[in-house]
Ligand binder design. Structure first.
Ligand code: ADP
Length: 169
């Protein structure tokens, strides 16, 4: 039932619409919150044309983090990563839109800020890989997994953005 509005548009012959409903998980990490960058980061995603469908501020548990970063458990920096990510609150968001996973990675910049292009979040706001301000899911499957991990279904809102048709078709 939640998809009815979109199906109605789809019936007009556009097949790319489900793609416009792609979702990704973005988090402002504790250093980003401490440095008062939440607003600037949200602004970048809004102005790019993505739709915010979920957002909350929380103190992350080690349990959630160990699931989120399960692939990194064997890395030497893993203990310090857990310490960093639990050092203060994070703001976690779900953004929706055409190719949002890949576009967000481009907007966020490379993992190591030394190589991050100016104009990206990391390229504008960070210098060190261990304090890189923001998280963005790195694949469609990763995004699905992370969204399920961080959010309950009812915390994500299906809502119509009045400018959606001007932004993607
Ligand atoms: P990304 O966050 O760009 O997807 P990874 O999944 O490889 O990158 O790593 C997750 C996070 O772990 C990074 O964002 C960063 O905070 C931290 N990290 C990665 N590599 C290092 C490193 N060599 N030293 C310290 N922290 C690191």
């Amino acid at each position: 039932a939640l998809l009815d509005g979109h199906r109605a548009v789809g019936q007009r012959g556009k097949s790319s619409l489900p793609h416009a409903r792609e979702r990704t998980l973005i988090a402002v990490k504790p250093d980003g919150v401490q440095r008062r960058l939440i607003g600037q980061i949200i602004q970048r995603f809004e102005q790019r044309g993505f739709k915010l469908v979920g957002m909350k501020m929380l103190q992350v548990s080690e349990d959630l983090l160990s699931q989120h970063y399960s692939e990194l458990r064997a890395k030497p920096f893993y203990p310090s990563l857990l310490y960093y990510m639990t050092s203060g609150p994070v703001v976690v968001m779900v953004w929706e839109g055409h190719n949002v996973v890949q576009t967000s990675r481009t907007m966020v910049g490379t993992t190591n800020p030394t190589e991050a292009q100016p104009g990206t979040v990391r390229g504008d706001f960070s210098t060190h890989v261990s304090r890189n301000v923001v998280h963005a899911s790195d694949s469609l499957e990763g995004a699905k997994r992370e969204i399920q991990l961080w959010f309950q279904g009812q915390e994500l809102l299906n809502w119509d953005c009045c400018d959606q048709k001007s932004i993607s078709e």
